[in-house]
Design a binder for this molecule. Structure first.
Ligand code: FAD
Ligand code: NAP
Length: 523
């Protein structure tokens, strides 16, 4: 019998002892044979994917096509799949959700198991479902892929951020898309007619569109019923989309800004032309088109009756203010912004400097839309899995192999990878990128798994005959009953009922927004 041999003696202060304590027993308790030999024996590669968004599904798909006999178990904390495709993508962008058909195909494979309503790590904030520890997962798979996205958002850290009327865009997006965690947000859009959105990414534009769009357009979409009701009563007529930098640095993209410009009966307040390079024709294609759209503006002119919006460049938020006329009020009344200047106005990488000059914009509601944020799973620190808090990503080698720093005996610092641990999607590269880029990223991770599986690189566990693997092993260890879990057939039942509810209302679907209502379908 060949034995697993660590490639090189290592001394790593942070993770070596943890690895020895946590991972080595997984191997040694199984009388480990060498990795390639066991793989040559034809044992399937058992992969756990944590998260059922695009990153999870595209990794599963690619791994199942690239690794012969790969079996994927996908864990999802909610009873319903698809992550931000269901709970992020705007309801008036139904075509973007077509990727769900591909994911459905992936799920129809006999080598794929969906384990919904099961959160990995600590009990999730937003589900009432089961929770299993990360170590229970690690013991039953060859590879584990973290594809759990970014479930938090970044705060501004300025005074007044907790005033009533200040929301995070993530909460608002989750609310209008029927995410159970935010179903009760109940944003008050009736207190005044001006809204401020901090940040100029595509999420900010989604939020602006929801506030400005004719509610009748949204009526047929899969928007949550409670959101439709609130938006129909909204008094908001003027939206400021505030960016600390200029048009040449803006994070939004052409298609999305054009869509906002074309909203019927909604006017755009022209931008300050001095922020646009004198000769836009000389710019590369993408910024040139963007500058053209911004200069052209919208065909609708502003009138006191119409809704309108502006891109307020070179302003950074200082304070959210309550009304000075109502001492002790906890309700937002205005947003104080500081003018900024750019290190180099037309350089896409320009940085900002405060000028000290401020302006106050009346606002009964404000949204901070400055980016989502991933957090480590409960269990990471105990297991020594490194999480880069500054970037909000699991440390990885760029191809998805979870990575750590280690010292060899000569005390030189090197980077090493954890056997069998991978990541994909927003938790791998940060909370930016569309579904197409998430797919590319997930494919790269699956290709890294396939490459490692074909090599002598060790994995989490190496199979020894007669053992229980994968989901069956996890169930046996945790005592989790099948009845507590939502499988793919269960999801399809929920899906059918949501579509039928939608049909009755003349909508694409009427989502369940409470977990108990989703689960009630299965009883
Ligand atoms: P997610 O989609 O967030 O999936 C992560 C999954 O993991 C979720 O289902 C979550 O419930 C689950 N999970 C979390 N924690 C656990 C746990 N502990 N255990 C088990 N499961 C867990 N891209 C486009 O191409 N077009 C668009 O129109 C578009 N609109 C967008 C709108 C918004 C508001 C946002 C925020 C993004 C949008 N994107 C769009 C980008 C796109 O949604 C992302 O690129 C993509 O969803 C990222 O995929 P992911 O799988 O990494 O994360
Ligand atoms: P984003 O694109 O990274 O934009 C974040 C915005 O917040 C930027 O304007 C940024 O300005 C600003 N910001 C960050 N920190 C700030 C601070 N402290 N103070 C003031 N402003 C601050 O993030 P996002 O809008 O959340 O989008 C996430 C990803 O999803 C993006 O890749 C986006 O394209 C994608 N998405 C796509 C669609 C679509 O395709 N229709 C829709 C929604 C989302 P700076 O640049 O100055 O930092």
């Amino acid at each position: 019998m060949a034995y697993f041999v660590r490639p090189k003696p290592r001394v790593c202060p942070n993770w070596q002892s943890t690895l020895n304590a946590c991972f080595t027993p997984f191997w040694s308790s199984r009388g480990i044979a060498s990795a390639p030999a066991s793989r040559k024996n034809g044992s399937p590669c058992r992969i756990a994917v944590i998260g059922s968004g695009p990153a999870g599904f595209y990794t599963a798909y690619r791994a199942m096509t690239r690794i012969q006999g790969a079996k994927v178990d996908m864990y999802e904390s909610l009873p319903v799949p698809f992550g931000l495709v269901r709970f992020g993508v705007a309801p008036d962008h139904p075509e973007v959700k077509n990727c769900q058909e591909k994911f459905d195909e992936v799920a129809s494979s006999p080598d794929f198991t969906f384990i919904g309503n099961v959160s990995v790590g600590s009990p999730s904030d937003h589900t009432d479902g089961a929770s299993i520890s990360l170590s229970a997962i690690l013991r039953h798979y060859n590879a584990v892929v973290f594809a759990y996205g970014a479930s938090k958002d970044r705060a501004l850290g300025i005074p007044g951020e907790s005033l009533y009327g200040v929301y995070s865009a993530r909460e608002f997006v989750g609310w209008y898309n029927g995410l159970p965690e935010h179903a009760r947000l109940a944003p008050d859009l009736t207190q005044g007619d001006e809204a401020v959105i901090i940040g100029q990414g595509n999420v900010a534009l989604d939020v602006a569109r929801m506030l400005l769009e004719d509610v009748d357009v949204l009526r047929k979409s899969d928007i949550a019923a409670h959101a439709l009701e609130t938006l129909a009563r909204s008094r908001v007529r003027r939206v400021h989309i505030v960016g600390r930098r200029g048009p040449m640095q803006a994070a939004f993209t052409i298609k999305e800004i054009r869509e906002l410009m074309r909203l019927p009966f909604v006017a755009f307040h022209p931008i300050d032309k001095s922020l646009i390079p004198l000769n836009p024709a000389q710019l590369p294609r993408a910024p040139r088109r963007l500058m053209d759209i911004l200069l052209k503006g919208s065909p609708n002119t502003s009138s006191p009756m119409s809704k309108s919006w502006s891109l307020d460049f070179c302003l950074t938020p200082k304070t959210f203010l309550s009304s000075p006329n109502e001492p002790g009020s906890l309700r937002l009344a205005a947003t104080e912004l500081e003018h900024t200047t750019l290190s180099s106005p037309f350089d896409p990488h320009a940085y900002v400097l405060g000028t000290g000059k401020t302006v106050t914009v009346s606002s009964s509601v404000a949204f901070r839309s400055i980016g989502y944020k991933s957090v480590p799973l409960h269990g990471f620190s105990d297991l020594g899995i490194p999480f880069d808090e500054a970037r909000g990503v699991i440390s990885n080698d760029g191809r998805g192999r979870v990575q750590h720093e280690e010292r060899d005996l000569g005390a030189a610092m090197e980077l090493g990878t954890f056997p069998g641990l991978y990541c994909a999607g927003w938790v791998k590269r940060g909370p930016t990128g569309v579904i197409a880029s998430t797919m590319q990223d997930a494919f790269a991770t699956a290709d890294a798994i396939a490459q490692d599986w074909a090599s002598t690189i060790p994995f989490l566990n190496e199979p020894a005959g007669g053992e229980v693997w994968g989901w069956e092993g996890v169930q046996r260890e945790t005592g989790l009953a099948q009845a507590q879990v939502v499988n793919w057939a269960d999801w399809k039942k929920i899906d059918d009922v949501e579509r039928e509810r939608g049909r009755i209302e003349g909508k694409v679907r009427e989502k369940f927004v409470r977990i108990e209502d989703m689960l009630a379908v299965l009883k």
